[in-house]
Design a protein around this ligand. Structure first.
Ligand SMILES: *[C@@H]1O[C@H](CO)[C@@H](O)[C@H](O)[C@H]1NC(C)=O
Ligand SMILES: *[C@@H]1O[C@H](CO)[C@@H](O)[C@H](O)[C@H]1NC(C)=O
Ligand SMILES: *[C@@H]1O[C@H](CO)[C@@H](O)[C@H](O)[C@H]1NC(C)=O
Ligand SMILES: *[C@@H]1O[C@H](CO)[C@@H](O)[C@H](O)[C@H]1NC(C)=O
Ligand SMILES: *[C@@H]1O[C@H](CO)[C@@H](O)[C@H](O)[C@H]1NC(C)=O
Length: 409
């Protein structure tokens, strides 16, 4: 808004002040109009979401699942995964027909909607195109509806937050999900091994931090943090949001940056509970830079493997600490000692299906239903935003109108 007013003042001074003002007023009205239309469209969708559950209770699958113990459990993918339909044959062969891949493999994946009533689980990917006019019309009571996503709440199709009494289980990056669908985890090594390490991890690099960012306006305001940090130490910005682009693979670019940068700004695009992605994991895998994170959830990071920006009273103070840190290579190297004790584990993209299969085959799994998705998805995610004026983060609520997938266009 303040930027808009600044434009207006600029307009008044310019030679074409009249045209300029009309143009600004027009764009302002157009934006307001689009915003209102979007709001109305969302509320109509939500209304239908409500109607949907009420009517759905009466539409119970006619020929209910024949729960003979011998039949493998059927997992139906109702939506795509983002824009790709799931390759059922590949997954069945690779996960459930190969011995040793899953502990329990009596499962079968399908994307044939004809098999709806025979399915034991129906999976909805939060960005796979969940639409109110494209929902299952029948449901069997022992079926589990599953919400699948690795995206933070801001990037979840808004309608999901209105599907109350709909999902039975969640498979997400959140640690309180029923099924783990994580970017990575870490574990303690069986025995402490002193790994061969370079003479000095610092290796004559000057103080300098790198960032690779493709989402230019983040929910947590990391841009402003990085901007202020860059007034104290040099920061290299690579990605869509700067003129600097790297045309190799993400990991190759990261490895190249590591030649000259001792630090990497592994700030996520959202500062929400448990949302730590491969951004951190890649730096750890590379083992040449210290990741700087905005942490909320210490347990998710390998102990002593990172610097937490939240521990500093301002970006400038973080910068000063980094300047001191590169003067003492013993201290710098201490951030790599974790390699003796811990290791990073990056699960296979489909591993969550093993856990799902195990749960489906467990007759002791209790009934469960998510009564308020809004509470679980948005409120419990406790998202925060960094406020430059305050030098700290504050709690924010998720604005559903941020949702761009479920838009008019
Ligand atoms: C269920 O399975 C049993 C045993 O396999 C079979 O006799 C029965 O006809 C099946 N019922 C239905 C509705 O498919
Ligand atoms: C460097 O850091 C180590 C470990 O914290 C500390 O013991 C040592 O005194 C520091 N050296 C200098 C010169 O400050
Ligand atoms: C799944 O959720 C539905 C809808 O609320 C509920 O009726 C059903 O009992 C639940 N099923 C299980 C197995 O938890
Ligand atoms: C935030 O940090 C800056 C730079 O360290 C400082 O000048 C400013 O007073 C701080 N503001 C608050 C509210 O602490
Ligand atoms: C922000 O949310 C956390 C829960 O994550 C809570 O403990 C804290 O009190 C909240 N802070 C404010 C100022 O509301």
């Amino acid at each position: 808004m303040s930027r808009y007013l600044a434009l207006f003042r600029f307009c008044r001074r310019s030679r074409f002040s009249c045209i300029c003002k009309y143009f600004l007023a027009f764009t302002f009205l157009l934006c307001t109009f689009i915003y209102c239309v979007l709001k109305i469209k969302l509320s109509i969708d939500y209304h239908y979401a409500q109607v949907f559950y009420q009517s759905q209770r009466s539409q119970i699958c006619q020929n209910s699942i024949n729960s003979t113990r011998e039949k493998p459990k059927l997992i139906l993918f109702w939506t795509k995964i983002f824009t790709n339909p799931i390759d059922a044959n590949y997954i069945n062969n690779y996960l459930f027909a190969s011995p040793g891949r899953c502990d329990i493999n009596r499962c079968k994946v399908t994307n044939n909607r004809q098999e709806l009533c025979a399915s034991d689980a129906v999976v909805f990917h939060a960005r796979g195109g969940i639409k109110m006019n494209d929902m299952p019309q029948e449901r069997s009571l022992h079926q589990r509806y599953i919400l699948l996503t690795k995206e933070p709440p801001y990037k979840t199709t808004a309608i999901v937050g209105h599907l109350n009494y709909f999902f039975n289980w969640t498979a997400t990056y959140r640690t309180d999900s029923d099924i783990a669908y994580r970017y990575f985890r870490w574990r303690r090594k069986d025995e402490v091994v002193t790994e061969a390490s370079p003479q000095s991890y610092l290796n004559n690099r000057q103080v300098r931090a790198a960032s690779m960012i493709s989402n230019c306006y983040s929910q947590n305001n990391r841009e402003h943090y990085i901007k202020r940090l860059s007034s104290v130490i040099p920061v290299t910005r690579i990605g869509h949001c700067s003129w600097n682009k790297c045309h190799k693979s993400y990991y190759e670019c990261l490895n190249e940056l590591a030649d000259t940068h001792p630090f990497f700004l592994a700030f996520e695009n959202s500062l929400c509970r448990d949302y730590v992605t491969e951004k951190y994991a890649n730096v750890i895998k590379n083992r040449r830079m210290i990741p700087i994170v905005f942490s909320k959830d210490f347990d998710l990071y390998i102990p002593n493997s990172f610097i937490d920006a939240n521990q500093f009273s301002s970006p400038e103070n973080l910068g000063r600490f980094l300047i001191e840190l590169v003067k003492n290579s013993t201290l710098y190297d201490s951030y790599f000692k974790w390699t003796n004790k811990y290791e990073l584990v990056v699960p296979d993209e489909n591993d969550y299906l093993c856990e799902l299969c195990k749960k489906l085959n467990d007759p002791k799994e209790p009934n469960k239903v998510y009564d308020s998705m809004k509470k679980w998805l948005y409120d419990d995610a406790t998202c925060q935003r960094w406020i430059s004026k305050l030098n700290r983060t504050i709690n924010v609520s998720v604005d559903e109108t941020m949702d761009y997938e479920d838009s008019l266009f």
